[in-house]
Write a new protein. Structure first.
Length: 402
């Protein structure tokens, strides 16, 4: 902790080759604008705070000055100019980003006032804006390098409350209705920002994997209740290691946590296909047991797909086809052949099918034509924090991207 406090007190700061996570203050009188900006900037790696009224600004500047001050002008140019005056009076040395059409007189006037006060004014960001426009506007504040492996273990991350689940929707291939969502673990570190799992998830045999798996299960069920209260039931999926499922105590904990609620249709647990093959008899037994607790196992198939064509009894409810066979399949005959054979297998064993990694419209149209029941991929939505998932996906239908 002493090292972390020293790091955060120094400016500018580097950890390895990555800048410490930048901070942004969002000033606008409308809450929905502040919420939207917070979601967008946090996904880019910022720590955010909100400033709804002028009198809140001095305390924010005195406690921890932000690197970026985002100023919406919904309350008018006079209030915006007043906030800039307060920034200058406190010696603010970060960047200021105005929201609004640059050619509008009010926006131009506020910008000129900021320049007169000696503030570092970024080019105004015209509204409405796309995520790419926002990223371009704040590019100078974003970490340029990939994060190194953080010197924290999973137990520390769990105890510190740094872990959270993000959700990527799974869509009905025919209707594009939301058919469920996959939960993906992320670390939101106070200094390094959102860290992807490749940099902190331990190997399957690591003793910390149990703590991580238990966190994922508990948080997923907690989020399911939240989604239910706000928008109704949604089927969620989590990925768990085979070693966790083969441990009797871990399996008991998993089954005990399933909601006793009439709207709970079940939890999907995704498992690696290669690991299933190495433990085939035991995993068949597990799949049969957990069905009595409203849990279905989904096999994530990769290179080992052909070995599943002759395994006999198939107690798994879903076959998830790896992105390596889906991405680019519209123009690749070999990938098309693999996908069709996996679909034939699913039809024989009675499992539903999910195409993962759908990134282009051509691939989507091809997997839908082949007969996949569900699709998942960045063409429709990237993984997003639970709050944004509830608001952006569950509250309104997804449209087919152009």
């Amino acid at each position: 902790m002493e090292h972390q406090q020293t790091v955060e007190a120094t400016k500018p700061v580097l950890f390895g080759h990555r800048k410490v996570r930048p901070r942004a203050c969002l000033a606008d009188g409308k809450q929905h604008i502040r919420t939207f900006l917070a979601d967008a900037l946090e996904e880019l790696g910022f720590i955010t705070c909100a400033c709804a009224q002028i009198d809140e600004l001095p305390a924010i500047l005195e406690s921890q000055p932000p690197d970026l001050f985002v100023l919406g002008l919904s309350a008018g140019g006079v209030e915006g100019a007043t906030m800039l005056t307060i920034l200058a009076a406190h010696g603010y040395d970060g960047k200021v980003l105005l929201l609004g059409p640059p050619d509008r007189p009010m926006v131009a006037a506020v910008r000129e006032r900021g320049e007169e006060l000696g503030l570092a004014m970024l080019p105004a960001l015209a509204t409405p804006f796309a995520e790419g426009n926002l990223r371009d506007s704040v590019a100078s504040l974003l970490p340029a390098d990939e994060p190194p492996t953080p010197p924290v273990d999973v137990a520390q991350a769990v105890n510190a409350g740094w872990l959270e689940l993000w959700y990527q929707p799974k869509l009905d291939a025919g209707t594009l209705d939301v058919a469920g969502a996959e939960a993906l673990v992320r670390m939101r570190h106070p200094a390094w920002g959102v860290v992807p799992p490749a940099y902190f998830v331990p190997d399957d045999g690591d003793p910390h994997f149990r703590a991580l798996s238990e966190f994922v299960i508990g948080r997923c069920i907690h989020d399911w209740h939240d989604f239910l209260s706000q928008h109704g039931p949604v089927e969620l999926a989590v990925s768990l290691p085979v070693d966790f499922l083969l441990d009797p105590e871990s399996l008991r904990i998993l089954c005990q946590q399933m909601p006793n609620h009439p709207d709970f249709a079940g939890l999907i647990v995704e498992v690696n296909g290669a690991d299933v093959l190495r433990n085939l008899a035991a995993m068949k037994s597990v799949a049969g047991k957990v069905r009595f607790h409203n849990i279905g196992l989904s096999i994530d198939l990769g290179e080992e797909w052909l070995s599943f064509a002759d395994i006999g009894i198939f107690p798994f409810v879903e076959i998830k086809v790896d992105r390596k066979f889906v991405a680019g399949c519209a123009e690749n005959a070999l990938k098309q052949m693999v996908c069709r054979q996996i679909l034939d297998l699913a039809d024989i064993v009675g499992a539903r099918t999910l195409a993962e990694g759908v990134e282009t419209r051509a691939d989507f149209e091809y997997v839908r034509e082949m007969g996949f029941e569900m699709v998942q991929g960045s063409l429709f939505a990237k993984p997003m924090p639970a709050r944004k998932f509830a608001r952006a996906v569950l509250s309104r239908p997804l449209a087919m991207p152009h």
